[in-house]
Ligand binder design. Structure first.
Ligand SMILES: NC(=O)c1ccc[n+]([C@@H]2O[C@H](COP(=O)([O-])OP(=O)(O)OC[C@H]3O[C@@H](n4cnc5c(N)ncnc54)[C@H](OP(=O)(O)O)[C@@H]3O)[C@@H](O)[C@H]2O)c1
Length: 247
């Protein structure tokens, strides 16, 4: 996708964090129409009050397969799908505070993503191919024990992204995987590391779409870890293995 100007896009989890930054960046890039999806449409009110017109609200919980299919049937003009919605429980695998955390993360970060991909692939295909962006994480590539179940769900999202890129090639849909480090959002609040502003992530993703890249590492932490993984993946694993869940 080398032209964002005039495109029609859908952003999941558009009410806050990186999703909201995507909406603002798409407006800036000249998108004709942006479907801003949120579980609770009232959480979009402030965004719509300021940027209504080209931004249209959509009620969407990505874990609800029927709702996803219904919305896909309505947004017949979609050309760019940004799968941004996600959750993180920030806990380990052995003794999580919430025993349902790992399942919930898989349900949203993997199965929710799969719902979206399956429902919207035909829409993108009917509109000439277009593009799909999947928000994975740098922890897709190396697990952090302090967020072990989240890491596993994002590794699954990365694997899905690779496989679907192959399946969608024939219909001309470009698939972009995004692998950020810590980002300054509600989700990132628990992380005590340097954080990148969400607008930087959104801009890097839109730039990568225009240049046709398949993977984007949008911040210094992600770029550093990516390079380190290429150089010596086992050494990085040994390092991150020391980042244990809080007792
Ligand atoms: N922040 C980071 O450090 C970081 C780093 C790497 C990757 N990421 C990934 O980037 C994406 C955005 O993260 P963020 O930092 O912006 O997180 P955030 O501030 O916590 O926002 C998450 C968004 O996802 C939505 N969401 C959660 N579950 C959903 C569901 N079942 N259906 C629809 N929407 C749902 C939330 O909606 P509600 O308002 O209704 O809860 C919210 O809009 C996520 O996929 C995350 O895993 C984040």
């Amino acid at each position: 996708m080398n032209e964002l100007n005039g495109t029609t896009a859908l952003v999941t989890g558009a009410n806050r964090g990186i999703g909201k930054a995507f909406v603002l960046a798409l407006l800036q890039a000249g998108a004709a129409k942006i479907y801003a999806a949120a579980r609770n449409p009232e959480t979009l009110d402030a965004l719509l009050a300021e940027h209504g017109g080209r931004v249209l609200p959509i009620t969407l919980d990505i874990t609800d397969r029927e709702q996803v299919a219904t919305v896909a049937g309505q947004l017949t003009d979609l050309e760019l799908l940004i799968n941004n919605a996600g959750i993180a429980h920030f806990d380990g695998l052995l003794a999580p505070k919430n025993p349902d955390a790992a399942r919930a993360e898989m349900e949203t970060n993997y199965f929710g993503l799969l719902n979206m991909v399956q429902a919207f692939a035909p829409v993108l295909g009917a509109n000439g191919g277009g593009a799909m962006v999947n928000l994975a994480s740098i922890v897709s590539h190396v697990s952090f024990p302090a967020l072990g179940s989240y890491s596993a769900s994002k590794a699954a999202a990365h694997s899905l992204t690779q496989a679907i890129r192959g399946e969608l090639r024939a219909q001309g849909t470009h698939v972009l995987g995004v692998y950020p480090g810590p980002v300054d959002t509600d989700m990132g609040a628990a992380v005590k590391m340097e954080k990148t502003p969400p607008a930087v992530v959104a801009k890097a993703v839109l730039d990568a779409l225009e240049t046709g890249e398949e993977d984007v590492y949008p911040d210094p932490t992600a770029q550093h870890l990516h390079q380190s993984l290429l150089a010596d993946a086992k050494a990085v694993e040994r390092e991150t293995a020391q980042m244990l869940p809080a007792a």
